[in-house]
Design a protein around this ligand. Structure first.
Ligand code: ZN
Ligand code: ZN
Length: 382
């Protein structure tokens, strides 16, 4: 939920903000996103959860220091899991039960809550993100494409419907915590709560685990979804498909699917930035006399390419705007044809004699580099 986001950014405060500044920023945001203000808007509710989770860490100097140093607290992602602790003692004075972890906060900040109370702490958890790799062709990346992705993902077990209990049996109330998911220990004046080790906070336990999922309530399955790949994406791009991750627990939202893109090597074209390169061999006489040849493009069909008279090996001939599309429709790069003059091999004696004849007739005007080299070779350099 808040994982990966900077907690200071969420609250809109600088990293060196004082505790009081953090508190004020929080109250302002909490007020702004209060369900009474937003009419129960889902996005606002998510935002509010982030704000609460961020404040939960930053309001506590010890947790804040830990976050500053390690970017995490207790190795836990900053979700709502650890959020209730600090307010539990407070709400207890007003009787048991609150619907969601941030309700009690509102009760404290804004007076009595207007939300319904179910009498139990919600164990809703966002589903895990999953990732996979997808290989597409260079042409697909140039055109943009919709692609089916198959990936492994945990889903609710169809046998036990996610309860983890063998059909016919039921999950039972955890005997250690009495179903609250929390263990409370009193140390004199203070009361400390921690997650129940037996049920891991679920409040329930399974005496006869489901055979199919081993009591996990979830099993790995192969899923398929279709994702839209924008024209111009390069290898190494990661696309996110919101909500295609693992299902949430206890009514929590699903995670997301991250797709890492790889691009298959093309036999003719190589991508460099937004430009494409294609190597084109020409014959000796084509390079000597110049000609027009047919060449392929990646997505524009076959085109004519003029080889100028006297083209050398390694010369680059450019076709403007025929390279890869830039992302977000910002035009296209260029397409370069890299000319290789192919020296003929395995010529017959007769063919070789013809070429020798040509050389006999040639001079420094025809072979400027060759003759220049000979001239320099015969000089004495210091
Ligand atoms: Zn099962
Ligand atoms: Zn328990």
């Amino acid at each position: 939920m808040v994982r990966g986001k900077d907690l200071y950014e969420i609250l809109g405060v600088p990293r060196n903000a004082s505790q009081e500044e953090i508190r004020r920023a929080y109250l302002k945001l909490a007020h702004k996103y209060h369900p009474d203000k937003t009419g129960g808007d889902k996005d606002a509710e998510e935002k509010l959860k982030e704000i609460n989770a961020a404040y939960d860490v930053l309001k506590n100097p010890e947790k804040r220091a830990q976050y500053d140093r390690y970017g995490t607290v207790d190795g836990q992602p900053f979700d709502m899991g650890g959020f209730t602790g600090g307010f539990r003692g407070f709400t207890e004075g007003f009787g048991e039960g609150f619907e969601s972890p941030f309700d009690d906060l509102f009760d404290m900040v804004f007076g009595s809550g207007t939300r319904s109370r179910t009498g139990r702490r919600s164990n809703a958890q966002r589903g895990n993100d999953v990732e996979t790799t997808l290989t597409i062709t260079l042409k697909e990346s140039a055109m943009g494409v919709r692609k089916k992705v198959r990936y492994l993902c945990k889903e609710q077990c169809g046998e036990c419907h996610g309860t983890g209990a063998e059909p016919g049996s039921r999950p039972e109330v955890c005997p250690q915590c009495g179903g609250t998911g929390q263990i409370r220990a009193s140390h004199g004046f203070f009361s400390i709560t921690r997650t129940c080790p037996q049920c891991h906070g679920q409040g329930k336990y399974v005496s006869r685990p489901c055979m199919r999922c081993g009591g996990q309530g979830r099993i790995s399955t192969t899923r398929e979804t279709e994702i839209s790949i924008p024209a111009g994406v390069d290898a190494g791009t990661t696309l996110r498909s919101v909500g295609d991750g693992e299902v949430g627990i206890g009514g929590g939202p699903p995670g997301d699917l991250y797709v890492h893109l790889q691009i298959k090597e093309h036999p003719l074209f190589e991508r460099k930035g937004n430009d494409l390169y294609c190597e084109v061999p020409v014959t000796l006489s084509q390079a000597i006399s110049g000609t027009v040849i047919k060449v392929p493009t990646l997505i524009d069909g076959v085109i004519d390419l003029s080889i100028p008279e006297g083209t050398q090996s390694g010369d680059l001939l450019r076709k403007k705007g025929m390279g890869m599309p830039r992302l977000n429709n910002r035009g296209r790069g260029d397409l370069y044809y890299k000319i290789t003059v192919e020296v003929p091999v395995r010529l017959s004696k007769h063919q070789q004699d013809l070429l020798l004849e040509l050389d006999d007739l040639a001079n420094a005007k025809n072979y400027p580099k060759y003759w220049k080299f000979r001239e320099l070779r015969d000089k004495n350099f210091d």
